[in-house]
Design a protein around this ligand. Structure first.
Ligand code: GLN
Length: 493
């Protein structure tokens, strides 16, 4: 049998083969850089590519291994980072003109941890500006295309990371998820995406969007790689006061053990109007698989789901308007050359630096927080937040895991929702409540549409139940072959 292409190996397989010196880190890195060279003009998954630095890093890994040194669990594995994660190398742009030339003076904690594990950084990936969006069309540098159909969006906001992983332009990637930005693009690109429990992964060095909702997580081609990546990035961090102080478990340890006595909850609110029939069928088929393997399926109700989008689009913009106040044209970031006084400098720098969606969010958020409206909007949204949390607490008394679709439909055409912000916001209808409640959520590939586009199922669990979610997802994944399908991307001309 012919050796599989290096770019077809999972991150875990690559790491093991490199550690055993069956393949060299430099060859693995070159293979992915060649994929980027061949396909990234078509996909535009990357904002920045580190050809020379990646080869140099890989060379260093090979030399250390030659000397018999013991390296980390990702030694030599080519990884991509969403471009809202601060890195000492290259730029950190958030796909915004505001930060187009910004070079971070420090690494995000997740980047420090990946470095210590020996990962190779091939590039920074495209996103909706400041992670605001569901299609990666809000990038100031142009959209990313879906590898399964380049006329379609990859989802967002971590669309660049999702397209890069699905297209085999990197072995694995990191994304960030405030209302679905890891899970929704993972679903639309046919990969695994995990949003950890709030506080499990340090947010230090993640450019803040909505601080009470943001989490960093892995985007990978299989569930085992998600566990491997989570092992590297999870854990307490003195630099993030919201990080959970307890050390996390080893997510690979029991991963391959078949789950026992699982109760799966199906929330009726997630299977109603507006859900595409093909998505519903694929998710139900996955639920049937679990039922046939001994899971108990229970109906649960999450009645406040219907207020999820409304609450999210008050809370997230409110926090964003505060977080984005720092971009004033003075400290760093874009500064207008045409200001006559200080007020003008602030106003013009922000008007020139921020794109339309970011400006819309700042206005929504500022309005919701303004005196006289605060009680009616922000405070009320916070009350709804509590009700949504209570819904989940109630549901998890009856079940261990909730399964739902990740998205109402498969990937849509570029431009299809660009002029209708509300239609775009509704892409997140199944994902936002997870962030609102702070619980972990995963998207796992569970089929394809008749048009050949991937479908994802969402698995939600109580706080810190990542081990359980991963184990269940791994059990499902091993019995299906979705992850072995590969998009046929037309090479860049
Ligand atoms: N699509 C959602 C939004 O636009 C979620 C984004 C995210 O998770 N970063 O806010």
């Amino acid at each position: 049998m012919a050796e599989p292409l290096l770019t077809e190996l999972s991150a875990r397989e690559l790491a093991q083969k490199i550690a055993k010196r069956e393949i060299r880190a430099v060859d693995a890195t070159r293979a992915f850089l060649e994929q980027i060279d061949t396909y990234d003009r078509t996909l535009h998954a990357f904002n920045e590519i580190y050809n020379d630095a990646a080869i140099a890093q890989a060379d260093a890994v090979d030399h250390s291994l030659d000397r018999g040194e013991n390296l980390g669990v990702l030694a030599g594995v080519p990884i991509a980072l969403k471009d809202n994660l601060c890195t000492l190398f290259g730029h950190t742009t958030c796909s915004s003109k505001m930060l187009q030339n910004f070079c971070s003076p420090y690494d995000a904690t997740v980047v420090t941890k990946l470095k210590a594990a020996g990962a190779i950084f091939v590039g920074k990936t495209n996103l909706d500006e400041f992670a605001m969006g569901s299609s990666t069309e809000n990038s100031a540098f142009g959209p990313t295309h879906n590898p399964w159909n380049t006329q379609c969006v990859p989802g967002g906001s971590s669309g660049g990371s999702a397209a890069a992983v699905a297209g085999r332009l990197c072995a694995a990637a990191l994304g960030s998820d405030t209302g679905g930005s890891i899970r929704q693009p993972a679903a639309l690109c046919g990969i695994v995406g995990l949003k950890p429990t709030y506080g499990l992964v340090s947010r230090y060095g993640l450019v803040a969007f909505a601080s009470s909702l943001d989490q960093i997580g892995p985007m990978t081609r299989d569930v085992r790689d998600a566990a491997l990546m989570l092992n590297v990035i999870a854990g307490p961090d003195a630099k993030d006061s919201t990080s959970w102080p307890q050390p996390p478990p080893d997510y690979l340890r029991d991963l391959e053990k078949p789950p026992e006595k699982i109760r799966i909850g199906l929330p009726k609110e997630f299977f109603g109007d507006g859900l595409a029939a093909e998505v519903s069928n694929a998710v139900h088929a996955a639920v049937d698989f679990f039922r046939n393997h001994g899971a108990e399926i229970v109906q649960v109700s999450l009645p406040h789901t219907r207020y999820g989008i409304a609450a999210y689009y008050v809370i997230a913009p409110a926090e964003a308007s505060s977080n984005l106040a720092r971009y004033d044209g003075v400290h760093y970031g874009h500064r207008t050359p045409h200001a006559s006084d200080l007020f003008d400098l602030y106003a013009a720098s922000r008007a020139e630096g921020f794109g339309p969606e970011v400006q819309r969010r700042i206005m929504l958020g500022t309005y919701a927080l303004s005196s006289g409206y605060y009680d009616a909007y922000y405070l009320r949204a916070q009350k709804v937040r509590q009700l949504i949390k209570d819904d989940f607490d109630g549901a998890f008394e009856k079940c261990d895991v909730i399964i739902s679709p990740t998205t109402p439909d498969v990937a849509f055409k570029l431009g299809a929702k660009s002029s209708d912000p509300l239609a775009m916001y509704l892409c997140d209808v199944f994902t936002v409540t997870c962030n609102i409640a702070g619980i972990p959520g995963m998207s796992v590939p569970c089929g394809f549409s008749s048009t050949g586009l991937p479908i994802g199922m969402q698995m939600l669990g109580p706080v810190f139940s990542e081990s359980n979610l991963l184990r269940l997802a791994r059990f499902y994944e091993l019995a299906h072959d979705w992850r072995t399908r590969k998009p046929a991307i037309a090479p860049s001309s």
